[in-house]
Ligand binder design. Sequence first.
Ligand SMILES: NC(=O)c1ccc[n+]([C@@H]2O[C@H](COP(=O)([O-])OP(=O)(O)OC[C@H]3O[C@@H](n4cnc5c(N)ncnc54)[C@H](OP(=O)(O)O)[C@@H]3O)[C@@H](O)[C@H]2O)c1
Length: 308
Amino acid sequence: MAGRYSVAIVGGTGRLGYDVSKVFLDEFHSTFPTVRVLTRNPSTAKARDLAERGAILRDFDLENVAQSLAEAFEGIDVVINALPTSTPKDIKRQVAAAAVQHGVKVFFLSEFGVDHTRNDFPGYDHHEWQTKRELASEARELAQGTLTQVIAVYTGLFLELTVKPIMGFDLENNIFACYGSPTQKVTFTSMSDVGRSLARVSALALEPLTASKVPEELRISGTTISFEDVRDLVAQTKGLQKAEVRSEGLEEAKNRLREAPGSHIVEYIRVLMGEGKLDFSDDNLNSLVNPAEAFWKWKSVRDLLSTA
Ligand SMILES: NC(=O)c1ccc[n+]([C@@H]2O[C@H](COP(=O)([O-])OP(=O)(O)OC[C@H]3O[C@@H](n4cnc5c(N)ncnc54)[C@H](OP(=O)(O)O)[C@@H]3O)[C@@H](O)[C@H]2O)c1
């Protein structure tokens, strides 16, 4: 990666944002010597740590969002929106508008999960994905005919946050529960690998020779694994008997959502896992982003277990 570019990360102190910021600072410094991180509070431990690693902290003043964004995006090539879904829509709209207005070349939407364009919950989809779709379409409309490329990166589930009891993986007690087939595979991507992918996609989109290869929506797939495979790994690494994976009917789970739209998003995600809609193994841009793992080795569930 040849160029010397600049990046601003909104939400750069967050669960995803902190790992993304660290990757840009620690591993992609020569390509991205300028890393600005927006934060409402520069005195937190994470903000200070990022500053020590070389980030330029920029105040994200909610009383004056437009000015904060204008100052932070001035002369910036790439903006990553890593704000949570709970952020008011108006703030996210202003982030997109400021990126376009300041001639940012690559703008990443705050996606980083389910490829909700494939959801099949007609009339009862979860409001978080409806909001993501709405914001994506507004940002693309704003960016039409401008310098800005708006990109959605769908990453599957974050490895470090979702191999957890709430998703049906109770590693500590060796209990596993899914909707549908226990052999159905699901994509998990480590948050640091999301950061590495964003750095690579940015550089590819900014380099004239590769820019046309980068689509406006892409899936990446860190590691793809089934409930049974995780169960087997846990038994192997902990020297335990293989537990039974409890499986509940997928259709029943989906009917519950149909009858109670607005249920917790985890219930929706567990249905998507069962339906195979979170298996990105056959349909992803890994070969562009990290061909033959030339840039890094994707973190696996085995790696996760060995560090737990
Ligand atoms: N695939 C998955 O498994 C998965 C899991 C979780 C999240 N996600 C996605 O990842 C993205 C980032 O989510 P996250 O959980 O990493 O975010 P987060 O940690 O909750 O928040 C990121 C940062 O945003 C800032 N922030 C929070 N609320 C704000 C507000 N109301 N106004 C302005 N700034 C605010 C905070 O920084 P300061 O306090 O420093 O200002 C915070 O550190 C989202 O798109 C989310 O949907 C995906």
